[in-house]
Ligand binder design. Sequence first.
Ligand SMILES: [Zn+2]
Length: 336
Amino acid sequence: MTAATYCKKCVLNEHYQNITFNKDGLCNFCESYSNQPPEIVLDDGILYNLKNEEKSKYDLLVAYSGGKDSTYVLYQLIKKYKLNVLSVTFDNHFISEMAMKNVDSVVKALELDHITIKYDFNLTRSIFNQSIQLAKNHKLQDMFRTFGILCWPCFMLITMATFNIATAYNIKYIAGGWSFGQLANLNRFSENHQNGFLSGRMVADLFVMPLYEQLTLKQRHPQIEIFKECRLKDELSIIPYFLFEQYDERNIFKTIQKELGWLRPEDTDGCSTNCLLNSYGNHLFEEVYHYNRYAEQLSRQIRIGQITREEALRAIENIGRQEIINDIKKCLERLN
Ligand SMILES: [Zn+2]
């Protein structure tokens, strides 16, 4: 196999969708970037006004993975915006032990009301395995490329779980720590957001139902059933927090380590701070689409000067480390 051609400035290669290279070896995304205005951060005034005094004890629900981004989002919403938060953690059976410890200590430190959702292992496994098959058969390609082969089914389940709980507690807003790259992906599909908030129904119809409709679920779970009704409620709004604050990874690590005693898990790869499935998902992604799952996000960070190309290449190389290959083997055994 011959090595793929890479852009000279970022880390995208020839297999990335709609990529072309100019005579200097620069990709079309890098070439057009310099002409674009910088990333826009929306006015955060709206976040101070999320108080929900009449209907619920909580102003909003935060989808809390225990990873660095959602930990930071929780901290900001509580300390800076003074909101009453109900935090919900979705356990996909592959969350790192350290991430779970972080969840516990952050919940204690912030005195949070907290719910953990864990669906039956066989149901979860069947959803992951069916998603892998769909991706390998090149179904729903745009979506799997955007969200990741194993992250998309997980996103689907998290959305279902949080919609159900928000509805049960009369909560109108759901916030999350979707990172810079994930956020750009969301925006690609949603030009019609209002003041940065996304309609819950749109998120469900665009990002959840296409996968859900392809799945054959022999085993039913009550919360998956209720979801179909919850998604039709127009009042649910999704808040991608990092539309309101410039994403700054160094500041995120600094804040949560200093203020909340958050510890960086050592049992996940360099790109995810909470999920053990991440390495396996990356491996599958590379196998099916022939480029690294993080190349898009890292390339964007290179272009705005947050990281160097060398740092991005190192992050990508990390994904092939021996201990990560071992993680993949473990995941394979549990999934099959
Ligand atoms: Zn490029």
